[in-house]
Design a protein around this ligand. Structure first.
Ligand SMILES: [Zn+2]
Length: 466
């Protein structure tokens, strides 16, 4: 196997703050482990965590030392795309595999399509794992999403919402009382970086910006017509009662967002330490995976000239779709290895399982990343709504196709329009079919599974999994 031929590059981190030395990595480090004890898996998802706000991805603020420490012991996946820009579809992709067009979860009340098998259930049935899910995100208790039925134990803390500190305490307390010796899948989802930005003191004070000229918003704010929409002069209804008008300025909000991330990262660090113990003398073999469901828009100009602030769920901008993902194993020590191949969120569980020496559910839609036959043609695919209109984005890593009713955009990285470059010819062949699929998806507001012929075409092009 030839690492270069697979577009595989490894960088070895030589300092915690990311001074890196490029070397050509060996494919061998991604081979399936042999002779290691059965691993337990700590699977952490952090809500609304932008990739570029994480230190190991180059964030200029030291707000994620705990995540960076895990990254320092394993893999940093540099190009990971969320399958949508908000929680229900992306959590469904992480739980059941596939894109929203495949699993059929678009909203809190759209259940997964028939035949979907979650990997926690599979782990319990096939390999005897005990499976546990903890979160402080009250929305994840939505029955349609089905989380409660996919784990042996599910703990929804919240409503009223409880902060990351309490969530972490609850997980660690549960772990101390646990008597089972079965291997464990422990999935913890932190909501905290999600707005409203309300990290407890001293985090906001500590991270308060020193920016001289905050960008003042008009003070004639009103409630937006759409639940999740932040507009030029409006904020979503659920934020309205909590709004401090003096704080509703992008620079201040960005600072509070960073404070929320720093606060969450601190408790992620407590969790990892409490679960794993000392990395050089772990209590047992643990694989630790940390990723996000989606990113966050800070400020964006829309095509019609209006601006949006602090939003997700209704757009497909790159900062919403790129998510961080780090993976480390107590029994395979290494320094940071950066992997720059394009990865879909749906590839994360099968890769974690393969790293643990386990197979994913047979019908899982996503790849273990060292299946080289898949890498070469792999493209990531993301779908979401813009203001509840079906819209889809397809990434090649260098270019992005964005399709919505009446609009097709060919974009370069960071959502810049392509100028001198020609669009990827593969895009042309799928635009028409995408529009058809989305038009049907819109019918009656119910999800429609990906039509089999479109799916076959997309598979041939490498855009979707088996
Ligand atoms: Zn979310």
């Amino acid at each position: 196997m030839d690492a270069r031929g697979l577009g595989f590059r490894a960088l070895i981190g030589v300092s915690a703050l990311g001074v890196v030395l490029a070397v050509v990595g060996t494919f061998g480090t991604l081979s399936k482990p042999t002779g290691l004890p059965r691993a337990s898996i700590l699977f952490i998802t952090v809500d609304t965590l932008r990739r570029d706000y994480v230190g190991v991805y180059g964030a200029p603020w030291p707000i994620t030392p705990a995540i960076d420490r895990v990254a320092g012991r394993g893999f940093v996946f540099e190009q990971v795309l969320a399958t949508a820009s908000w929680t229900p579809p992306t959590m469904a992709s992480l739980l059941y595999g596939g894109t929203p067009l495949e699993h059929g979860v678009y909203d809190w009340d759209t259940p997964p399509a028939g035949g979907t098998v979650s990997w926690p259930r599979w782990l319990g049935r096939q390999y005897g794992y005990q499976t546990v899910f903890f979160t402080n995100h009250p929305g994840l208790a939505a029955p349609a999403l089905g989380i409660a039925a996919q784990f042996d134990t599910v703990v929804f803390l919240g409503d009223p919402w409880m902060p990351a500190e309490r969530l972490t305490d609850a997980v660690l307390q549960w772990l101390r009382r646990r008597t089972s010796s079965r291997p464990l899948l422990l999935w913890v989802h932190y909501l905290d970086p999600h707005e409203p930005y309300d990290a407890p003191s001293p985090w906001p004070e500590y991270w308060r910006a020193n920016t001289a000229e905050p960008w003042l918003l008009p003070m004639n704010l009103s409630v937006c017509p759409v639940e999740l929409y932040f507009g030029e002069n409006c904020v979503p209804p659920y934020l309205w009662p909590h709004l401090d008008r003096n704080e509703y300025q992008p620079d201040r909000l960005a600072t509070r967002y960073r404070a929320d991330i720093a606060y969450t990262d601190y408790h992620v660090g407590r969790l990892v330490k409490g679960v794993v113990g000392r990395w050089d003398r772990p209590r047992q073999r643990w694989i630790v995976s940390i990723t996000a469901d989606h990113g966050q828009v800070i400020v964006r100009e829309r095509p019609d000239g209006t601006r949006i602030f602090f939003s997700h769920g209704t757009y497909l901008f790159d900062e919403l779709l790129w998510v961080p993902w780090v993976l480390a194993d107590t029994h395979r020590p290494m320094s940071t290895q950066r992997i720059d191949i394009l990865v879909s969120q749906t590839d994360i569980p099968p890769t974690v399982l393969a790293w643990a020496g386990l197979d994913p559910p047979p019908a899982w839609r996503g790849f273990a990343l060292w299946r080289e036959d898949r890498w070469q043609s792999h493209r990531a695919w993301a779908t979401a709504w813009e203001l509840r209109v079906p819209a889809a984005a397809v990434h090649t890593g260098k270019q992005k196709l964005w399709v919505a009713p009446g609009q097709v955009l060919y974009l370069a990285l960071d959502d810049r329009p392509l100028r001198d470059e020609a669009p990827d010819p593969a895009f042309e062949t799928i635009v028409h079919r995408l529009r058809q699929a989305m038009a049907r998806m819109h019918d009656g507001g119910r999800p429609v599974p990906l039509p089999s012929d479109l799916k076959a075409q997309l598979q041939q092009l490498g855009y979707v999994g088996p």
